[in-house]
Design a protein around this ligand. Sequence first.
Ligand SMILES: *[C@@H]1O[C@H](CO)[C@@H](O)[C@H](O)[C@H]1NC(C)=O
Ligand SMILES: *[C@@H]1O[C@H](CO)[C@@H](O)[C@H](O)[C@H]1NC(C)=O
Ligand SMILES: *[C@@H]1O[C@H](CO)[C@@H](O)[C@H](O)[C@H]1NC(C)=O
Length: 288
Amino acid sequence: MRNVIFFPIFLLGSVRAVDYYGVSVGELSGSGTEGEVFLVNSTHLQILDFKSENSNLPPVPFVLISSTGQKSVPKIYKYEYSPNGEWLKKLVSLGEDHKTYTRLVVKMTGSAAQWKQFAVVDSNGSILSSVNLDKKPPQPFCCFEREADMGLFGEYGIISDPIEVLDSKTLKVPRFSYKASQTPDGYFFAGTGSEIETKSGKKLAVIGKDTVDNICPMLQDISDRDMIIRLAENQTIYDIEWLSVFCVKYSHDFGHLDLGLVDNEEQVPPYMPEMRSAEPTKSVQKSC
Ligand SMILES: *[C@@H]1O[C@H](CO)[C@@H](O)[C@H](O)[C@H]1NC(C)=O
Ligand SMILES: *[C@@H]1O[C@H](CO)[C@@H](O)[C@H](O)[C@H]1NC(C)=O
Ligand SMILES: *[C@@H]1O[C@H](CO)[C@@H](O)[C@H](O)[C@H]1NC(C)=O
């Protein structure tokens, strides 16, 4: 059994976990370029605060370089913020966006393992700045326990296999069972502190059933189902201490598991919003 809970270390960390971007591979600097590059997972990078003063840039001013000197131009997306949520917009050309600080997501050709360097180039192909891709990319974390049936456990037949972390905000609860029809209400609930009560946690969305701003209770029996759940706004796996199946009506914990990761020990892919062709529309508030 592995113990992954070291909260005192987390509390000493200076970076707010909500600002988790992945594994940093370095800063782009020189020739008027700026930005910090992170590995998101084995196929994607992201660049925070990218900017270039160079006006002689090709439509996609980036190139991946292998150890044998082979080159490939990646696909790029712009990280967009809108009142209805964040999203990734595919860019055919960076255009004028190089002039202001822009957050970009880069889809590498193939996977990170094939490439030695990521570089910013001008339209003549000259390298303006580069970083080495020599770090291990983040990957999902499996699992908080090793043996089957060692996930959630509690009243009303609550049981699951060990919980996996798919990305910094997304958990998988495999083979989840819960006799929800016998309870007033029940939610996946995550938070911090020694007391599990209404104020110490937040309701989580079940992907496929809820949206982050419209979370309904589980009221029907669930048997052996894989559940994918999304942490609430401002929560990541690095700043929660427990996951519970919780009755909001009576502020009652049906069963919980202590869990959490330390971000410099176990780096999972950062949560990424959807790739879309247009801004998300306002989600309609449905009644449960
Ligand atoms: C790019 O190439 C052109 C033609 O070869 C040359 O005139 C120009 O000076 C080059 N620009 C840079 C920034 O190297
Ligand atoms: C999330 O954090 C931001 C900045 O600290 C704060 O303004 C916002 O109200 C928080 N949102 C929620 C839902 O707690
Ligand atoms: C890496 O992250 C991107 C963005 O979320 C996603 O589209 C892609 O499928 C991920 N790659 C892998 C190997 O999981």
